[in-house]
Design a binder for this molecule. Structure first.
Ligand code: SF4
Length: 521
């Protein structure tokens, strides 16, 4: 077991109603120095980004760019309470993701007609939907698959809880319904306001994740095609993705998408590159499955936001295309094994083992860290991290090329959110209870995203089964990207009430129970 050095009352670090905290966390000499060196590293990435004149221009042009000032604060939230290997795992992941997002922004602004206007570069860009696996780009080494929604909405809300509010309002002023999921709604709002960089030879949108996402894709593609003159392919992946009879159709959709990209960019699909990327996807899957195996024991090592945020990025945006993620996978596995051998713990006390299910509140991703530090609830795994388990074919043979279309279809159909919110109650309901047994969990924290129609209909069925199995089921309502509906404290209160009234427990760290962080990033 590891000894926790330095601060142990993390709530004391918050300033009531302020954007930033009182001071940095003290973690003992070695860990504080390490954390500080990583903080300097992040500042260096930001400094390198901002010295490029076109990025300054973009900072002044796009409202959502201001959220990137909060990058160091976001990392501090996710590293809260972490020491030793856990702190190093977190920085390995977060620093790499920050670097990757900085490169994405750089590329977007380079090709953006309003900013860099590099037309030759723009011809090599394929815009990809944020809500899709980027599997159809795994065979195009000379092209860049760039998502505009990832930096403008998805990452922005992780950085600043209020980031999407303006764009949600814009979409509603335009006439979109108020009960649409705030994620696609904010993405539509960015497009309606003309706040998305304009570039690319073509775009590929996907019907993942749901009806809300389809609505926003409709709005965005209309602007792309009719205003910006960028042709859009609609990749329609089957919703009943576990059924054998839909797979032939799913593979054909992948062939069609690839042919569309070839037609509009002039690039040719490269099988060698595809199989190289497939090997890296396999390695990511192998590592993640090993981490999950550890999490089934009393000494989980890669869990909470260390598992969730990294998995989302690694599968969705990366999909084997960036070798640095393979290196990070290796390093994380090494650190996890090291800590596992020593039976280390990431917090002072583990009281409950929980599976986190449903779609998480995006403006409060560090909730998982809070859960551990405040109540000793270990978030062993979460719904979005239970993604692909399959090994893709990796040898370049004629038979494998045929199978590869099915593998890409499999990845696309299993996009991290829709692989559970669609596909029947086996994937959403039955497998949850299987996981509670496998992971020896006594608790399920069930995010109830009030605008997610895919999940809300099954409320009673979740309760019935939890009762039968004797699992503590804690509902946590939220509205994904919109903290005005349920705030961070509103989220915490639902856990606090359950833990005090039903479980009759006192918090491990009472200073975290109530935080006045409504105004904070
Ligand atoms: S959270 Fe639900 S409603 Fe929102 S995009 Fe995902 S599946 Fe759709």
């Amino acid at each position: 077991m590891n000894k926790i050095r330095g601060d142990i009352h993390y709530g004391d670090l918050y300033k009531d109603g302020a954007v930033v905290r009182k001071r940095r966390e003290w973690r003992g000499l070695a860990d504080t120095l390490y954390d500080y060196s990583r903080w300097l590293g992040i500042m260096l990435i930001l400094a390198k980004f901002i010295v490029v004149p076109r990025n300054i221009k973009a900072m002044l042009r796009y409202r959502w760019m201001a959220n990137y000032l909060a990058v160091p604060m976001m990392v501090d939230r996710h590293t809260q309470g972490l020491r030793g290997e856990y702190l190093r795992i977190c920085h390995t992941e977060q620093d790499l993701i920050i670097d990757d997002v900085a490169k994405l922004l750089n590329n977007l602004f380079r090709g953006d007609r309003r900013i860099g206007n590099d037309t030759e570069f723009s011809k090599k860009v394929v815009l990809v939907d944020e809500n899709e696996m980027t599997a159809v780009m795994m065979g195009f080494p000379t092209l860049k698959g760039l998502s505009r929604e990832t930096p403008s909405t998805y990452v922005s809300v992780l950085l600043n809880q209020h980031a999407a509010v303006h764009y949600i309002d814009i979409a509603q002023q335009f006439g979109l319904a108020g009960d649409v999921c705030p994620m696609p709604e904010a993405e539509a709002g960015v497009s309606i306001e003309g706040d998305a960089p304009v570039l690319g030879a073509c775009a590929v949108q996907c019907n993942t994740t749901c009806d809300g996402s389809l609505l926003s894709n409709g709005v965005i593609s209309r602007r792309l095609e009719n205003v910006d003159g960028i042709p859009v392919f609609q990749l329609a992946a089957p919703l009943r993705h576990r059924e054998d009879d839909v797979q032939k159709y799913a593979a054909q959709e992948i062939r069609n998408a690839i042919a569309f990209i070839e037609e509009h960019t002039g690039a040719k699909w490269d099988w060698d590159y595809y199989f190289e990327c497939a090997k890296r996807v396999n390695y990511a899957t192998k590592c993640r499955l090993e981490w999950l195996e550890m999490n089934k024991t009393p000494w989980p090592q890669v869990f909470g936001s260390n598992l969730a945020l990294y998995t989302e990025t690694n599968y969705m945006a990366i999909c084997g295309k960036i070798p640095a993620f393979e290196k990070a996978d290796r390093k994380i596995s090494k650190l996890a094994e090291q800590a596992y051998k020593k039976k280390k713990m990431a917090a002072r006390e583990y009281r409950h083992r929980a599976i986190i299910w449903g779609v998480q509140s995006h403006f409060y991703m560090d909730f998982l860290v809070w859960l551990l530090n405040c109540w000793g609830i270990v978030p062993l795994t979460d719904m979005l991290s239970m993604v692909s388990t399959r090994q893709l074919v990796t040898e370049n043979t004629p038979e494998n090329r045929e199978q590869a279309y099915y593998d890409m279809a499999w990845l696309t159909e299993n996009m991290i959110m829709r692989n559970r919110t669609h596909g029947g109650y086996k994937v959403l309901l039955d497998e949850l209870w299987e996981y509670t047994q496998e992971f020896n969990a006594d608790m399920v924290i069930l995010w109830e995203h009030m605008s997610c129609k895919a999940l809300d209909g099954m409320h009673g069925m979740f309760e019935e089964r939890a009762r039968e199995l004797g699992i503590h089921l804690v509902w946590v309502s939220h509205d994904l990207f919109d903290p005005r509906i349920i705030s961070r404290q509103g989220v915490r209160d639902q856990i606090n009430n359950y833990m005090r009234t039903v479980m009759q427990e006192e918090p491990v760290d009472p200073s975290l129970e109530i935080l006045h962080d409504e105004e904070s990033w």
